[in-house]
Design a protein around this ligand. Structure first.
Ligand code: NAD
Ligand code: SAH
Length: 425
């Protein structure tokens, strides 16, 4: 078996951590048990480009239990948990091509090695695998039944491919399932982004001013959790509706050029590029911390920052923290710190979202693949939603696993909701 991981000697540690995550992934576990019995994915070859974490390991085990051949690479050069990669290879027999802190060339070589297995299903997180496949292997695209996409920006890129007529097969936007983005993006990112910043810096959030750029699902989560830890939160936005929502949720909303001078900690969650630029950094306080929990390493303009602090004015000060000495607009010098190289702070400096929330995201992934295998032949190349029945099933299973019961409609209530003749009385 061909693979590329840091050290197979880490495998036992990985297995223990994968089992720990599995304890709080009851929905996925239930699907795995059913897959084991029914083998709905027999004959399918899945190429997965995901963060190689304990939670992903449990998803890959589930797909394999369903009868699929599975191969995986990283969807981010800094998020790989090397012990997990080793355990997948050694204990699960799943080829993995991922080494934490791999350079860009290796990152794409690993994607190529996964594509070399001639998959019939792609499972992507951020659309790097799908975009490379379409750009460089058009013949192979024709043999693909379908794909799934995990995250917001990946779905945006897929929609751009669809709009330009370049998308070669149907892809399910797993991110758009309610049981994914309303929970993973909000509560997952809300907690794990702060977890990453705290692990990297040991900062006390209480009493700080936290600037959250972007008030989408991730931003709502980060802002609410930062407030819960005692920070004053300022939100920046470009969308009037999202900005209004932040205002009415009780946050101060300002343009970045104002917020730049006030913040102690900056967290970008926009999916956009250059949200923090040199002109902002030159207004920042001494000791400001910059972190990204959105997409790739583009939300903080790192090249612009490097121009502000060339040569020895930039240095590592802790693992995962680099200091930039910047000449401020006010004529003083400020130490501005970038956490985790501006890459996803929750996955680079911590362990990503907790297993309990990834349980729902990855249940959607597993059930969407099963649906694609069943329905794929009759689907057009397009970006598709997760079927509502899957979304509802994931929510019901999660509630059941949590021991929470809810009411059911009475026949009279059902009739009332379906009628238009009964008015006020
Ligand atoms: P979203 O579309 O719900 O929200 C993004 C928000 O950012 C929007 O309200 C948009 O108006 C705003 N925005 C865009 N450009 C901006 C700018 N220049 N300044 C200020 N605000 C701006 O998306 P989301 O689901 O919250 O995801 C945000 C990003 O986080 C995406 O890239 C997504 O892929 C990623 N994500 C990361 C994690 C993680 O684990 N770190 C989890 C889920 C999603
Ligand atoms: N690949 C790009 C895209 C952002 S990834 C990049 O790395 O920049 C954001 C996705 O990571 C989210 O949609 C979320 O579902 C996923 N994620 C968060 N925590 C995770 C974990 N513990 N294991 C696997 N995936 C995780």
């Amino acid at each position: 078996m061909d693979y590329d991981v840091r050290d197979l000697g880490l495998a036992d540690e990985g297995r223990q951590r994968i089992a720990w995550a599995d304890r709080t992934m009851p929905v996925l576990r239930g699907i795995r048990e059913r897959f084991q019995a029914e083998r709905p994915l027999a004959g399918v070859r899945i190429a997965a480009c995901l963060h190689i974490t304990t939670e992903t390991a449990n998803l890959l085990r589930t797909l394999k239990a369903g009868g699929a051949e599975v191969v995986a690479c990283a969807s981010n050069p800094l998020s790989t948990q090397d012990d997990v990669a080793a355990s997948l290879v050694k204990h699960e027999g799943i080829p993995v091509f991922a080494v934490r802190a791999e350079d860009t060339e290796t990152y794409y070589r690993h994607i190529d090695q996964v594509l070399d297995t001639d998959p019939t299903i792609t499972m992507d997180d951020g659309c790097d695998l799908v975009s490379r496949l379409h750009a460089e292997r058009p013949d192979q695209v024709k043999r693909i039944l379908g794909g799934t996409e995990e995250t917001t920006t990946g779905v945006i890129r897929l929609r751009a491919m669809e709009a330009s007529g370049s998308l070669g097969y149907p892809v399910v936007a797993v991110n758009d399932a309610k049981t994914k983005h309303m929970f993973d993006n909000r509560y997952g990112t809300g907690q794990s982004a702060l977890d990453g910043i705290i692990r990297a810096t040991n900062v006390l959030l209480a009493g700080t001013t936290v600037v959250v750029a972007g008030y989408g699902f991730c931003g709502k989560g980060v802002a609410s959790r930062a407030r819960g830890m005692g920070a004053q939160v300022v939100v920046t936005e470009i969308d009037p509706v999202a900005a209004l929502e932040a205002v009415m949720d009780g946050f101060r909303v300002e343009p970045m050029e104002e917020a730049a001078a006030e913040g102690d900690i900056f967290i970008t969650v926009t999916g956009n590029r250059d949200v923090i630029r040199p002109e902002h950094v030159r207004r920042m306080k001494d000791g400001a911390l910059l972190a990204n929990a959105g997409h790739f390493d583009v939300e903080i303009d790192l090249e612009g920052l490097a121009r502000l602090a060339p040569g020895e004015r930039r240095r590592p000060v802790r693992p995962m923290v680099e200091e930039y000495l910047v000449d401020s607009e006010s004529g003083t010098t400020a130490r501005v710190m970038v956490v985790a190289e501006g890459r996803l702070v929750n996955l680079s400096a911590a362990e990503g979202h907790p297993a309990s929330v990834m349980d729902m995201s990855f249940a959607n992934q597993a059930l969407s693949v099963e649906w694609l295998v069943r329905e794929g032949q009759r689907l057009e190349p397009s970006v598709l939603g997760v079927p509502e029945s899957i979304d509802a099933e994931v929510a019901a299973l999660k509630l059941a696993a949590m021991g929470i019961r809810i009411d059911v409609l009475t026949p009279e209530q059902e009739a009332y909701l379906a009628s238009w003749t009964v008015g006020t009385r």
